[in-house]
Design a protein around this ligand. Structure first.
Ligand SMILES: NC(=O)c1ccc[n+]([C@@H]2O[C@H](COP(=O)([O-])OP(=O)(O)OC[C@H]3O[C@@H](n4cnc5c(N)ncnc54)[C@H](OP(=O)(O)O)[C@@H]3O)[C@@H](O)[C@H]2O)c1
Length: 398
């Protein structure tokens, strides 16, 4: 007899939703099974039975709370515990069904973000919000692009056949053939951009736009430093800061200096050789994608009334900036904060329009097919990526 597992099964409208609590050693690993056509109620069975049902395709391993249509399975990259890219597996999962305010998207492309790597490894600590010991979402991937296949009853802006893109960071599920996404996170794809291009925009573009335009309020002639300028957020931030007329310094690894120049950076610093906070230069705005320096070092690199915004980095540094930054700011007349990016469809459309017009460019460093998502994440985790990496599901016929 295998380990005991408890399945809670609830059926509605011919769809069934079940969850299983694994036995103490947790061999089901937190994946949520979905049992088609089950009766309302609680099903008690052994883990061995669950596996047997899965093998006979009477039970589908579903992901998240979504119900599935009987018998329909789609491919997804699943993980059930934090770790290196090897913990990811290509699996058949239940095809999700959209909730009232959701659309079902047949995915074509999904771009990777540092936040996917952080969600995979569970580091820094903020990557474990909602899932201290096990991941809250068993499928990563937040910057999605694809075609709407079905819509929930309250959806107003989309209909089947629409091409959409957006950031579903709070729900995830993009490394799959299908995902359900709330309408409010999605925008229509401009005809002049490919699915890969729009998939590269959402999270990195929002970081850059909200950091440079909204918080930074960058104006002509200002001195702006972008730390981590060769990655996803930095790639857009350099271009936007130039667009608003700033003189831009980009900081990143030595092999990205030419890349940062190609984006428009006026000055570049190799962080492995030089410390931007000790050069004696001062900036109106520092947008920090990696936050490796103390709040005290960063304030010294600011001009009077200058602003420093940290976007990502080690948890302890971000905590220090959030707690000590406002106090240091009060004493120095500068602003030192953590930037919390807010999802905005208006921002998505603005960025996409800039890309469609050729004003800014979403640079794609490398593409991987869905089944090579672990390699794609490893590539992101190891560094050296210039701009964005995209997983091409290639599912939409254009
Ligand atoms: N605050 C929010 O609301 C919010 C929302 C979404 C995402 N985020 C966070 O934003 C962060 C950045 O995102 P991203 O997508 O732009 O990351 P990314 O694509 O990985 O870019 C980071 C860049 O920084 C470089 N780098 C690494 N260490 C550095 C150092 N010590 N000094 C200077 N540069 C360094 C990296 O190069 P190498 O790795 O090659 O060295 C890479 O080019 C992530 O931590 C993510 O979790 C925050």
């Amino acid at each position: 007899m295998g380990l005991q597992a408890v399945a809670f099964v609830e059926a509605s409208d011919g769809l069934a939703d079940a969850s299983v609590q694994p036995g103490r050693s947790g061999t089901l690993g937190g994946v949520t099974p979905v049992l088609p056509n089950a009766r309302r109620g609680r099903l008690r069975t052994s883990t061995a039975t669950v596996y047997a049902l899965c093998e006979r395709r009477e039970l589908l391993l579903g992901v998240g709370p979504e119900a599935t249509r009987e018998g329909e399975a789609v491919r997804a990259i699943v993980y059930t515990h934090y770790g290196p890219a090897d913990v990811l597996q290509l699996k058949d999962v239940g095809k999700p069904t959209p909730g009232n305010d959701e659309v079902l998207v047949r995915l074509d492309a999904v771009s990777l973000n540092r936040s996917d790597w952080e969600g995979l490894t569970g580091e820094p600590f903020y990557a474990r919000i909602g899932g201290l010991r096990r991941p809250r979402h068993q499928v990563l991937g937040s910057d999605i692009a694809g075609r709407v296949e079905a819509v929930g009853k309250d959806v107003q802006r989309f209909q089947p056949g629409d091409d959409v893109f957006g950031d579903i960071l709070w729900h995830m599920g993009g490394f799959a053939e299908y995902v359900c996404a709330r309408e409010k996170y999605l925008a229509k794809k401009p005809a002049g951009l490919t699915f890969e291009q729009v998939a590269a925009i959402p999270q990195a573009g929002a970081i850059a736009l909200q950091g440079i335009r909204d918080k930074g309020q960058v104006r002509k002639g200002q001195q702006v430093l972008i730390n981590g300028a060769g990655g996803g957020g930095g790639m857009f931030a350099v271009q936007l800061a130039k667009l608003y007329g700033a003189e831009v310094t980009g900081v990143d690894r030595g092999d990205k200096l030419n890349f940062m120049r190609s984006l428009g950076a006026d000055h570049v610093i190799d962080y492995t050789r030089e410390d931007f906070a000790s050069t004696g230069k001062h900036y109106d705005l520092i947008l920090d994608l990696v936050a490796r320096r103390s709040v005290f070092d960063c304030q010294r690199a600011l001009k009077p009334r200058g602003a420093y915004y940290a976007v990502g980095g080690p948890g302890a540094t971000l905590l220090q900036i959030a707690l000590v930054g406002p106090v240091v700011g009060l004493l120095t007349g500068k602003k030192l904060r953590v930037l919390v990016v807010k999802p905005s469809v208006t921002d998505l459309l603005h960025l996409a329009n800039l890309c469609e017009a050729g004003t800014i460019v979403p640079v794609i460093d490398w593409r991987f097919p869905l089944n090579e998502t672990p390699a794609a994440l490893r590539y992101v985790g190891e560094g050296h990526v210039k701009g964005k990496v995209v997983v091409t599901v290639g599912h939409v016929d254009t």
